[in-house]
Design a protein around this ligand. Structure first.
Ligand SMILES: C[S@@+](CC[C@H](N)C(=O)[O-])C[C@H]1O[C@@H](n2cnc3c(N)ncnc32)[C@H](O)[C@@H]1O
Length: 241
């Protein structure tokens, strides 16, 4: 696999796949298919299932009602099968986490791992990440956004599909609490240049350091790229206004 090709690229999510109904891979929802287990509402028993079935894709979520404890919230967009999020959630039981991913198979893997680990501070949502950030997460709720190895869409004519585009900093600003931070990683030099350009041009953000405790948590895709000798680019931007 070429380092800059979208690894395990998937078709874009449709409105139907955004609804979070259950099937092995992205695709239209069929009424005969089994719904994923219910999410983890307050007081749910351990192992209840971490995949949150969205009751509506028009109403914003209420994070204070989604978790057992109201705690600071962090969100990973494109969490894959959760190599980062699982470790991070285990290290920080005093924070809540939402993983957003469009592929149900990957969410199910993370659901199983999170269930085995007894995590109650992690919730998974199957939907398009940009839509989640703009329309489902209430404004000023996230302390951190983690975006690790988003699909690079290397072909020029496909770049419009990139998650971190010209609009993204404004959407991220809306989702973050003041002082909140966006953490970015990619193997794709051109995408990294674009990430830096769009955040650099937004007066609401200032570049900041990525703490070592975060860089220590290597994701599955990161390990794959490192094994191929591909350089990993990282950046972080703090909402300052
Ligand atoms: C290259 S993988 C990286 C996964 C993980 N962050 C890691 O570093 O191991 C990108 C992931 O983002 C998901 N993804 C890509 N575009 C997405 C979108 N617009 N909305 C939700 N998930 C998306 C893909 O399904 C895939 O699991």
């Amino acid at each position: 696999m070429e380092p800059s090709a979208p690894p395990l690229a998937d078709p874009p999510a449709t409105a139907a796949t955004q609804a979070g109904a259950g099937q092995g891979t992205a695709g239209p929802v069929s009424s005969t298919e089994t719904l994923p287990p219910l999410g983890c509402p307050p007081n749910a028993p351990v192992g209840f299932g971490l995949i949150h079935p969205l009751a509506s894709i028009l109403d914003r979520l209420d994070p204070t009602r989604l978790f057992r404890q109201p705690q600071p919230l962090e969100v990973e967009l494109g969490s894959g099968d959760g190599s980062f999020l699982l470790q991070h959630a285990l290290r920080h039981p005093d924070r809540n986490f939402i993983g957003v991913e469009r592929l149900l198979g990957r969410l199910r893997k993370l659901d199983r791992k999170g269930g085995r680990a007894g995590l109650t501070n992690l919730l998974l949502v199957r939907i398009e990440a940009g839509y989640f950030l703009e329309y489902l997460l209430p404004p000023a709720t996230a302390q951190a956004l983690h975006i690790y190895f988003p699909d690079p869409w290397p072909k020029k004519r496909h770049r419009k599909h990139r998650l971190v585009n010209e609009r993204f900093p404004d959407i991220a600003r809306q989702a973050l609490v003041p002082g909140g931070i966006v953490y970015l990683r990619t193997d794709n030099e051109d995408y990294f240049t674009q990430m830096r350009a769009v955040f650099g041009a937004n007066a609401a953000f200032q570049e900041t350091e990525t703490p070592v405790v975060l860089t220590e948590l290597v994701t599955d895709f990161e390990r794959h790229f490192q094994a191929q000798g591909v350089a990993i680019r990282r950046a972080a931007y703090q909402r300052t206004s």
